[in-house]
Design a protein around this ligand. Structure first.
Ligand code: HEC
Length: 415
């Protein structure tokens, strides 16, 4: 029952999350582009807004921006906030579902640190809250008037958290939490700054007073931060599917490089949309950052180094039991020889630290099935992939027999 619930629940929450995120990021890109496209018109005093014409969906749009607000309250006003809130809420639900709900599988790597699922969840959620407090304080400090320094401080905060997460969580969970941290800042910007400032402006307008222009500026600043952070966040959210990105001990360095690469690419588009020309150098910087990130991932992964001929194949030691025993392993019944024989012949050529299967640089999705301890740790995933579904072995490349799946099912049924 539980594996089926986990599998479908996870998929449905992910579906919701991706749809919400598309709506939010789409709106955010649209408004950044719109802001950059505004041209001054006679009806609006200089520096107080502008107008843009757009064509889409069989008609022309005439859009005007009034800074910080028009002279009178319009009768019908559309707010943009639920795209952001629903993205965060569904993302948080997914984080809990996958990483805290299946902590043994995804969150806790005993080789990094042995913690209980509850400790892991508290550390994760606590870090998201602490991260917001730090980011928000930085924005309200004197640094706010010096954008390059503020950017540097925010950048260092991200890298420090990425490093911290790597000391507690599995590599995969560490990078995902870094994404969740930044995404929390982005929704925090909407919830704690942009929306309240807009509400204050409207209250002043209704009272017949002129709203403070600083409110508009603060909101615009935070919304630009969101724009620059979007691409890195998407990288971190997708990274779970690509172990080369998160399995290096220096993944925190990869995080830093990706923040720079994503930020400069947004900069290219922001400047271009504003008619400021094409800053082609940004693409050079982004490409260099990505190249260094790839180099870090390869240099710190012996199997990958060997595969591209940087080091000679070393005789690998016999895989022994891992030094620490995970919670899943402690709960699972002993993995008997019959199970290990099945896994050894049908799975382990791919799911090993140095896979024998051609074209695999590291264990797919970080799933190691090379020792009884590892097999026990991944028991629920094995059930989903090889018993409940026949997703594994992929296309049954290793010719797994029905009786062998029955063997795994018998072992799992004892759990
Ligand atoms: C030919 C190589 C190969 C073999 C053999 C193989 N796998 Fe995999 N496995 C993969 C790849 C590639 C992925 C990543 C799939 C993806 O990205 O969706 C994967 C992913 C997985 C995952 C993680 C799925 C997820 O979404 O988290 C599990 C668990 C797994 N395999 C178990 C097994 C088991 C059990 C066997 C043996 C019965 C097996 N695999 C045999 C290549 C293999």
């Amino acid at each position: 029952m539980y594996p089926i619930l986990h599998e479908w629940g996870g998929f449905l929450i992910r579906w919701t999350h991706v749809v919400a995120a598309i709506a939010w990021i789409g709106a955010s890109f649209y408004f950044m582009h719109l802001d950059a496209s505004l041209r001054s018109i006679a009806a609006i005093p200089a520096g107080k807004g502008g107008e843009a014409w757009e064509v889409h969906g069989g008609g022309f749009y005439q859009v005007r921006k009034y800074l910080v607000a028009p002279d009178r309250m319009p009768d019908h006003l559309i707010w943009h906030k639920w795209q952001s809130y629903s993205t965060w809420l569904s993302g948080f639900a997914l984080l809990c579902w996958v990483y805290y709900g299946q902590a043994d599988l995804y969150l806790i790597d005993p080789a990094v640190r042995v913690i209980t699922p509850m400790t892991g969840a508290l550390v994760g959620i606590g870090a998201l809250a602490l991260g917001w407090l730090i980011y928000d304080r930085l924005n309200r400090s004197p640094l706010a008037n010096r954008p390059p320094l503020l950017a540097a401080a925010v950048f260092l905060t991200v890298v420090a958290f990425a490093y911290g997460f790597q000391q507690v969580f599995s590599g995969r969970a560490a990078m995902l939490h870094t994404g969740a941290l930044i995404a929390t800042w982005m929704t925090g910007n909407v919830f704690f700054v942009i929306m309240p400032n807009q509400r204050k402006a409207i209250a002043e307008l209704v009272a017949g007073r002129v709203p403070n222009p600083d409110w508009g500026k603060q909101a615009k600043n935070r919304s630009s931060h969101n724009n620059y952070l979007t691409l890195p966040v998407l990288f971190f959210m997708l990274s779970g599917h690509y172990p080369m990105a998160w399995s290096s001990p220096y993944s925190w360095g990869i995080v830093g490089l990706v923040v720079i690469a994503g930020g400069v690419v947004r900069h290219f588009f922001n400047v271009r949309n504003a008619g400021g020309g094409d800053r082609w150098w940004t693409w050079g910087v982004a490409a260099a950052c990505v190249a260094v990130a790839v180099a870090i991932s390869v240099a710190s992964n012996p199997a990958a180094r060997e595969r591209i001929g940087l080091t000679a194949a070393a005789p690998s030691p016999e895989p022994g039991p891992a030094p620490t025993v995970s919670l899943a392993a402690a709960r699972a019944p002993a993995v008997d020889d019959a199970v290990m024989a099945v896994i050894g012949t049908r799975c382990a050529m791919c799911h090993a630290a140095e896979p024998l299967w051609p074209d695999l640089g590291s264990a797919p999705k970080g799933v190691l099935l090379d020792s009884p301890e590892h097999v026990a740790r991944f028991a629920p995933a094995i059930r989903v992939q090889a018993v409940l579904t026949h997703a594994m072995p992929p296309n049954n490349v290793t010719d797994m027999q029905p009786e062998e799946r029955d063997e795994l099912a018998r072992w799992l049924a004892a759990r």
